[in-house]
Design a protein around this ligand. Sequence first.
Ligand code: NI
Length: 174
Amino acid sequence: MPQRKIITEPDTILRKKSLTLEKVDNELRELMDDMLETMYAAPGIGLAGVQVGILKRLIVIDVSGDKEKKNPLFLVNPEIISKSNNTSIHEEGCLSLPGYFAEIERPAECQVKYIDYNGKKKEMRANGLLATCIQHEVDHLNGILFIDYLSKLKRDMIIKKLVKNKKELNKIVL
Ligand code: NI
């Protein structure tokens, strides 16, 4: 199971809308396995297909703590069908925005409909960190990043720094 390269800002693909998947087959399961491995290695708690360059509506999540048993979730074509009015604030980061974190307010609970690893239709009610993570990842499928919830000034500042970091990284030739 090879790890995939994680795409970071700035990259126009991160702003594209991902497409609905037709079916869950072995090829897709292989991709989901790769994504999970990539996410664990990063390390992160959620990863969307677009972040490894695949513009398909697909996310992997594991919000279990370091000492808990692993609890991977694979969500194909996830669709948030309802959100609570009450909100919660979590400090969010993103594997595509390395080194940046911000407190983001989102609905505290959500109901999500999806297709699982085995191709079965599922529905789940999420709260706490899982609810935040699902919303963050579904945002990725719609070309939205958590920095979009910040002021333009703050967002521009982060992007400017990421552009600079990327340029510096590109200068290293081996
Ligand atoms: Ni992210």
